[in-house]
Design a binder for this molecule. Structure first.
Ligand SMILES: *Cc1c(COP(=O)(O)O)cnc(C)c1O
Length: 609
C-alpha cells in the first residue's frame, strides 16, 4: 500500500524566464488551476494520505497550498540554487516512512499513471512513455530484465531504448536511502545531481533494481520552457477527456444513507486481492481506527472498534456489551431509531425502561433528567440525530448531566458522526455508534463503536450475551493481533480509508457547512412551494428534512420518487407513524447546486398537483 508521496519543487525554472522569476513552476495554471494543485488532488484521490513537498525557489507559494490541503508537509531545500533535484529529495527523505510515489512539480498528466504505479508488482518502478517529441526527453536504457541501467538526454547514448522518463516513480524507503548515500558520495564531482541519475546509479549497481514501467501512449508533459507550456496546454483537453471517461454515472442520493460517495471512494474498493490477516491490512485497519478516534476526541483518549455490519450492528454491540446484569438502562425513544434501541434491549432481556417522547418536538431534557434520578438508572441510551424526522437531540447537555450522576452514556450517532462536531470527552459520551456509509461518505459494511478508554476498560467482566458482536472481545483481539476476529469487509475498509482521507481534507466543520448550504437550498424551495416541515426549524439537524405530504389528493410519493429518479435524484419515504411525510436527506458527496437542481424537480412535480 502506497500512503505517501514526495513532490520535488525546489527548482528555479529558469528556462521559463519571466513566468517563474517570482513564482515556482508548479504554480503555472492550466485550465485555471495551478498544475501542482491538480497533481495534489490526483494524489489524494489515489489514496495518498500525506504529501511531502520539497520546496526551494519561491517556497512561500507552497504555504498557501499547504494551508488549503491538510496532509501536505513542506520541507525547504535551503541550498536549492546549488543542488539538483536530488538535493531537494534528500531534504524530504527523513520524513518518508514507507513506500512512496515520487513526482516532479511541473508535470501535467493523466491520473491513471498513479494507479498503474500503485498497482505495480515491483517495489521500485519508474514510469516511462513512448515518444513525446518534446525536445527535452530523458531517454531510459533497460537491462535485459527491463530494469533501469542508464538515463541520458542524448539519444545516441542509449543503444536500447525503454522509453522516456515521465517524472513519476514509486520507490521503497530503502531505495531512497541508497540514492541519498550515492548523492553524499558524489557531492564534489556531481554537486547538481538529478534524482534520475541517482536512480540509474543505484539500479545499475544492482543495489536496488528499479523497473521501467512503460505506458506507450501515456498523456503527460513536463513544463520546462515556453514551448512545453504550449504543448501541455494543447494536451490538457485530452487528459481531461481520458479522466472523464473513467467517471461513473452521477446519482445524487437524497435518502438518509447510504450516502452519495466520490468516485475516488468507489474506486478505492478496486484493488489487488489481499488476505486480511496480512500485516499490511492490519496497518490499514489500525490507521482507520486511529483516524476515526481522532475525529471524536484527543489523541489516546478514544478507542474505535470495527465490526463487519451496518449501523444497527454497532447499536447492538453497544447495548449487548456495555450494560452489566446489575445495570438499569433508560432508553430515550423519540423516533424509529430510539424504538430500535429499545427493541434490541428487549431481545437481550436487559433491565430497561423506554422513555417515549414526541417524534417532532424538541426533547424535554428536564423531564429526562427527573426520570433518570427517579429510579437509579446506571445507563442512558439516546439517538444523537433522529433520522426518522431530522430532530436533533440535546446529547451534550443530557450526557453531561449523566456523568455528573455517574450514569454511563450510550449514543447512537450513526447519522450525526462526521457532520456534527463531537468530542466524546467534552460531550461526556462513553460509547457511541456509527457506520461507514453515512456522513463519513464511505461504502456500507463497516460498523464502528467509539469508546472512551476508561468506559471501555470497565466492561471487561460484563456477561457475553452474544458471540459475534461483543465489544470487549473484538477490542482485545484487535489490540493483540491487529486483526478482526472474523473476516472483515475488506473492500469496504479500503473505501472507508479513502473516505477518511477525504473527510480530513474537507474537515468536519466545512462538511457541515456544505450540508447546511444544501439544506438551506431545500428549505428555500419548501417555503416557496408552501410545503410544511414536520420539525420546528430550530430543532432540526439540517441533515435531513421531513416534509408533510402535499394536501392534494393527486399526491403519491411513488410518483414524486419516479420523477426525481429519472433526473438522477433518489428520495425516501417517511418513517413516522404520527404524520405522513416524505424525507429529503442532504448528506454525502453532494453540492448545494445539486440540491437546487432537485428543488426544480420538486417544483415541477408540485405543479402537476
Ligand atoms: C442509519 C441509522 C442506523 C443504522 O441503520 P442501518 O440500516 O443498520 O445502517 C442507526 N441509527 C440511526 C440514527 C440511523 O440513522
Amino acid at each position: 500500500m502506497i500512503r505517501q508521496a514526495v513532490i520535488m519543487a525546489g527548482g528555479l525554472g529558469s528556462r521559463l524566464k519571466d513566468k517563474t522569476t517570482l513564482m515556482p513552476k508548479g504554480f503555472i495554471p492550466i485550465g485555471n488551476v495551478p498544475i501542482v494543485e491538480q497533481s495534489v488532488r490526483k494524489l489524494f484521490a489515489a489514496g495518498i494520505e500525506e504529501i511531502i513537498i520539497g520546496t526551494g525557489h519561491c517556497g512561500e507559494w507552497y504555504e498557501s497550498l499547504a494551508a488549503q490541503y491538510p496532509g501536505i508537509i513542506l520541507v525547504k531545500n535551503e541550498r536549492y540554487a546549488e543542488t539538483g533535484s536530488m538535493g531537494t529529495l534528500a531534504c524530504c527523505a527523513p520524513l518518508v516512512w514507507g513506500d512512496f510515489l515520487l513526482l516532479e512539480s511541473d508535470l501535467v498528466y493523466d491520473a491513471i499513471g498513479l494507479t498503474v504505479l500503485i498497482n505495480e508488482t515491483h517495489g521500485d518502478v519508474l514510469l516511462a512513455s513512448g515518444s513525446t517529441a518534446s525536445g527535452d526527453e530523458v531517454y531510459l536504457e533497460p537491462d535485459t530484465g527491463g530494469f533501469l541501467v542508464r538515463n541520458s538526454k542524448n539519444r545516441a547514448d542509449i543503444p536500447v531504448l525503454a522509453g522516456e522518463l515521465v517524472g513519476i516513480s514509486r520507490l521503497r524507503k530503502d531505495t531512497l536511502g541508497k540514492m541519498v548515500a550515492y548523492m553524499n558520495a558524489h557531492l564534489v564531482d556531481e554537486p547538481k545531481l538529478e534524482y534520475e541519475t541517482a536512480m540509474s546509479a543505484v539500479s545499475a549497481a544492482q543495489s536496488a533494481r528499479i523497473f521501467i514501467r512503460k505506458i506507450e501512449y501515456f498523456l503527460w508533459r513536463e513544463i520546462d520552457n515556453a514551448s512545453h507550456l504550449a504543448m501541455a496546454e494543447a494536451l490538457y483537453p485530452r487528459i481531461q477527456e481520458a479522466e472523464s471517461l473513467r467517471q461513473l454515472r452521477r446519482e445524487v442520493l437524497l435518502n438518509p444513507g447510504p450516502a452519495t460517495t466520490s468516485d475516488s471512494v468507489k474506486y478505492a474498493q478496486v484493488c489487488a486481492d489481499i488476505c486480511p490477516r496480512e500485516l499490511e491490512f492490519g496497518d490499514v485497519m489500525e490507521w482507520i481506527t486511529t483516524e476515526l478516534s481522532l475525529m471524536v476526541g484527543k489523541s489516546g483518549q478514544i478507542e474505535t472498534v470495527l465490526f463487519g455490519g451496518s449501523g444497527t450492528a454497532a447499536d447492538e454491540v453497544m447495548l449487548s456489551s456495555c450494560v452489566p446484569d446489575t445495570g438499569k438502562l433508560l432508553i430515550i425513544d423519540n423516533g424509529a431509531y430510539g424504538a430500535r434501541l429499545a427493541k434490541i434491549a428487549s431481545v437481550y432481556k436487559l433491565n430497561f425502561d423506554a422513555l417515549k417522547s414526541s417524534g417532532f418536538m424538541p426533547l424535554d431534557v428536564e423531564a429526562v433528567k427527573a426520570k433518570l434520578l427517579e429510579s437509579a438508572y446506571t445507563h442512558c441510551a439516546i439517538v444523537y440525530h433522529e433520522t426518522t424526522t431530522g430532530l436533533l437531540n440535546p446529547v451534550p447537555e443530557l450526557c453531561r448531566f449523566c456523568h455528573d450522576h455517574g450514569i454511563t452514556t450510550i449514543v447512537d450517532a450513526v447519522s450525526a458522526f462526521a457532520a456534527i462536531s463531537i468530542d466524546m470527552d467534552r460531550d461526556c459520551i462513553d460509547f457511541m455508534a456509527s457506520t461507514s456509509n453515512k456522513n463519513i461518505q464511505g461504502m456500507a459494511g463497516v460498523a464502528f463503536v467509539f469508546c472512551r478508554k476508561e468506559a471501555l476498560e470497565s466492561i471487561q467482566s460484563y456477561p457475553l450475551r452474544n458471540y459475534y458482536l461483543n465489544l470487549w472481545d473484538q477490542y482485545q483481539y484487535f489490540k493483540k493481533t491487529r486483526q478482526t476476529r472474523f473476516t472483515p469487509p475488506v473492500q469496504s475498509l479500503y473505501a472507508l480509508r479513502q473516505a477518511i482521507i477525504e473527510t480530513k481534507l474537507e474537515t468536519i466543520e466545512k462538511r457541515y457547512a456544505r450540508y447546511s448550504a444544501c439544506w438551506e437550498a431545500l428549505v428555500k424551495a419548501i417555503k416557496k412551494l408552501g410545503l410544511t416541515m414536520l420539525v420546528p426549524e430550530a430543532a432540526q439537524s439540517k441533515l435531513i428534512t421531513a416534509i408533510i405530504d402535499p394536501a392534494s389528493p393527486k399526491y403519491a410519493f411513488e410518483d414524486l420518487h419516479d420523477c426525481a429518479r429519472q433526473q438522477g435524484f433518489t428520495i425516501y419515504p417517511g418513517k413516522l407513524a404520527e404524520a405522513n411525510t416524505f424525507r429529503i436527506a442532504n448528506i454525502g458527496d453532494i453540492q448545494p447546486a445539486e440540491m437546487a437542481a432537485f428543488t426544480t424537480v420538486l417544483e415541477t412535480y408540485m405543479r402537476t398537483l
